[in-house]
Every structure is written in C-alpha cells, then in structure tokens.
Write a protein that binds this ligand. Structure first.
Ligand SMILES: [Zn+2]
Ligand SMILES: [Zn+2]
Length: 172
C-alpha cells in the first residue's frame, strides 16, 4: 500500500538542482510508551543539491494511535510538522561545511521512509487526550471515571483536608 518514493537516488542530481519528492504509506515506529508500532504518514517536499549537501525539506502529515494520558484509551492522533535533514555523500570532501549536522549517504540513496519514521516519535504531540475534559482513571481502584462513578472519591477531599491542616499550622 506504499506509494511514491522510498529511496531518493542522489546520483542523478546536478549542482543546484531541486527535485520534488513525495511518499505516503505506513511506517514502522519504535514501540515505546504503548504507542502503536505503525503510523500512516505522507511526506511532500523537495531535495536540493548545493554541490555538497543534499537538503531534504518538506511537510510530514502523520496519523497514529496512542493512549490517552489520563484514561489510557486508544486515541487517534493526527499531526503535521516540517521535516528538514541534510545529507552528504559518504566520500564527499567536507572541508568547508563541517559545522552543519548531516547524515551520510551510502549507495547514492537517501532513505526517505527512514527519515520520516525516525522523526515521527520526536514530533509526537506532548499531550494526548481522548477529550479535553477526560476524567481519567481512579487512582484507587483503576475505574474509568468517564464511564462509571466509583465510591472512592476520597482523594480530592484528602487533598483539601491537608490544605486545611497546613493552614492550621500556619495560624499557630
Ligand atoms: Zn481519556
Ligand atoms: Zn475508584
């Protein structure tokens, strides 16, 4: 079901040439934090060759499933971000531009899918909620408070009681 480019052949580039590149499909992402191992992504952008570096630049749109921060229910997450990577041929003379970070190209190929899949996790939204007002799980019994009320509502009261205790101490 993958469409478009997986690898970009850099052997065909002339100096100062820019080519449009695009890809779409499913990429594997490292299983971490309970996130699904697949993301649907699409990338559309360009590769520009300045005679030394190949600059890959464009927009990634990603869709994946990740657990809600509060209730752990699976949430469909969609987000997009700008991707920019610099590449250099393995055997290129690199006397001038050593200060920029770049990835080595082997076999004259830029692995576009890898560039995208590696970036997806880093760009994942920091806060994932099934709903802004998700009530989360009860810390005592694990009940999903969005679905049922449970009888252990002690926590907020305990916190309040502690607040009052502190106030008392200050008064003394
Ligand atoms: Zn939730
Ligand atoms: Zn409970």
């Amino acid at each position: 079901m993958d469409t478009g480019l997986k690898y970009i052949d850099v052997s065909v580039f002339q100096k100062d040439e820019t080519k449009d590149v695009a890809c779409a499909g499913a990429v594997n992402i490292p299983m971490e934090m309970g996130i699904c191992d697949k993301a649907d992504i699409s990338f559309s952008g360009t590769v520009k060759f300045d005679g030394l570096l190949f600059v890959l630049e464009g927009c990634v749109k990603a869709a994946l499933t990740a657990p809600c921060d509060r209730c752990l229910k699976d949430v469909a997450v969609r987000f997009e971000y700008e991707l920019k990577e610099r590449y250099i041929k393995e055997n290129a003379k690199n006397d001038e531009k050593t200060e920029t970070e770049h990835i080595k190209i082997s076999d004259n190929k830029i692995n576009l899918h890898e560039a995208v899949s590696v970036s997806v996790l880093a760009e994942l939204p920091k806060k994932i909620l099934c709903a802004e007002d998700c009530l989360g799980l009860c810390q005592h019994c694990g009940n999903d408070k969005n679905e049922n009320e449970c009888s252990c509502e002690a926590e907020p009261n305990t916190r309040l009681a502690e607040l009052f205790k502190n106030l008392d101490i200050k008064k003394k």
